[in-house]
Design a protein around this ligand. Structure first.
Ligand code: SF4
Length: 332
C-alpha cells in the first residue's frame, strides 16, 4: 500500500462514496489474456474473514455507501460468498450485485439468489470452446454455459453478459453474443480492453467503441444511448423495434473515460480501501474491520477518499498509474 498523496483539489470534490466493489478473494481459476499474465501471478497472503468483511461493510454503509458489488478475483471461489451476500443484504444495501466468470454459477446461483443477491453480471467473451480455452488460458466453456442456464431460471432483478472485445479473437461474435444474451433475458455489454495491468501490454488488441457500435448497427437505434442512473459507466443503446425490447451496453474506458461523477471505491481482499481502479493508492482498514471498529472504518474511508482522482483532469484507465494495477486482484 503506497502512502496517499493529499491533493488540495480533493477538498472541494463533491461526489461522495456511494458504491463499493468488494473483493472477497483475489484468486481466480481463469487467466484471461487481458487481465493477468498467467495463473502464477501471486495472491495476497491474508484475507479478511466473514465477520471482518461484514464490519467493514457496515462501516462503509455508515459512511454513506449504498451499493455493493462482489468482484474478484473470482468471488465464487470464496467459501464465504453465500454468507457474505446474506450479510450484505442484512446490512441494508440498496443493491447487492455480483460479477463472476460463471465457472461455479451452476451450483451457486440458487443459494446466492436465496441469500438476497439481486443482480448478476457474467463475463463471457466467446461461444466457441477452443477460443474460450485460449482467451482464458485453459477454461472450459461448458461450465460457464451451465452456470448461465442455471441463473436464467431464477428471478434475479437483472442479469448481464460482459464481453471484452479482443482484436483477432471475438470481434466477429458480437451479434451472436448479443442474441445469446437476449434469448436468456440478459443485457449484453461490450467492453474495450482497458490499459490496466495486462491490458496495457496489448494495446493492439483494442477494438474501439466506434467499431463495436458500427458492427452492431443493424440491431441498434442510431443514437449513442444513455447511462442508467447510479449504475456505473456503461451507456445503453436501445435495439431497433423489430428486435424487441432489448438493449446493448458499451463500456469505453480507453477511447473515452468517465471519471467525472465516479462514486466508486474498492475493497481488496485484505481490507485495503482503494479509491480508484486506475491507481494502486489505498488505505488499510483490515485491522479496524477485524476488531469491529465501525467508526475506525469510517475514518479510513474518509482518508481513502482524499485520494479519489478529481474526475476532471484524470483520464481513468489511460493514466500511466493504471499499468501497475492488477485488475485480477481488485476486479474490473
Ligand atoms: S478510473 Fe475513473 S471511473 Fe474508474 S474508478 Fe477511477 S475515477 Fe472511477
Amino acid at each position: 500500500v503506497r502512502a496517499l498523496p493529499v491533493l488540495d483539489a480533493h477538498a472541494e470534490r463533491r461526489v461522495e462514496p456511494r458504491s463499493v466493489r468488494l473483493s472477497l478473494t483475489d484468486r481466480c481459476d481463469l487467466a484471461c489474456v487481458y487481465c493477468r499474465p498467467n495463473k502464477r501471478d501471486g495472491y495476497c497472503e491474508e484475507t479478511l474473514d466473514l465477520a471482518a468483511f461484514t464490519a467493514l461493510l457496515q462501516g462503509l454503509y455508515a459512511g454513506g455507501v449504498r451499493r455493493v458489488r462482489l468482484t474478484g478475483g473470482e468471488p465464487l471461489l470464496s467459501p464465504i460468498v453465500v454468507d457474505a451476500v446474506r450479510a450484505l443484504h442484512e446490512v441494508g444495501f440498496d443493491d447487492v450485485a455480483l460479477t463472476t466468470n460463471g465457472t461455479r454459477l451452476a451450483k451457486l446461483a440458487a443459494p446466492l439468489h436465496a441469500a438476497g443477491l439481486m443482480r448478476v453480471n457474467v463475463s463471457l467473451d466467446t461461444l466457441d470452446p477452443e477460443r474460450f480455452a485460449r482467451l482464458t488460458r485453459g477454461g472450459r466453456l461448458s461450465t460457464v454455459l451451465a452456470g448461465i442456464e442455471a441463473m436464467a431460471t431464477l428471478p434475479f432483478a437483472e442479469t448481464k453478459l460482459n464481453v471484452v472485445v479482443v482484436r483477432g479473437e471475438n470481434e466477429d461474435e458480437l451479434e451472436a453474443l448479443t442474441r445469446f444474451a437476449w434469448d436468456r433475458g440478459m443485457t449484453p455489454r461490450f467492453l474495450e480492453i482497458m490499459g490496466v495491468g495486462e491490458g496495457a501490454r496489448i494495446p493492439h488488441k483494442l477494438v474501439p467503441y466506434a467499431e463495436q457500435r458500427a458492427t452492431l448497427s443493424g440491431l441498434l437505434e442510431a443514437d449513442h444511448g444513455a447511462k442508467d442512473v447510479d449504475r456505473g459507466p456503461a451507456r445503453y443503446v436501445r435495439a431497433r423495434p423489430e428486435h424487441g425490447p432489448h438493449r446493448i451496453g458499451f463500456i469505453t474506458g480507453t477511447t473515452d473515460t468517465y471519471c467525472d461523477g465516479c462514486d466508486r471505491l474498492r475493497v481488496a481482499a485484505d481490507g485495503t480501501l482503494r479509491p480508484c481502479l486506475a491507481t494502486n493508492d489505498g488505505v488499510a482498514a483490515g485491522a479496524e474491520a477485524a476488531r469491529g471498529d465501525l467508526a475506525g472504518v469510517r475514518a479510513r474511508l474518509a482518508e481513502a477518499w482524499t485520494a479519489k482522482p478529481d474526475g476532471v483532469t484524470f483520464r481513468g484507465c489511460t493514466e500511466p498509474s493504471a499499468r501497475e494495477v492488477s485488475i485480477r486482484s481488485i476486479g474490473g
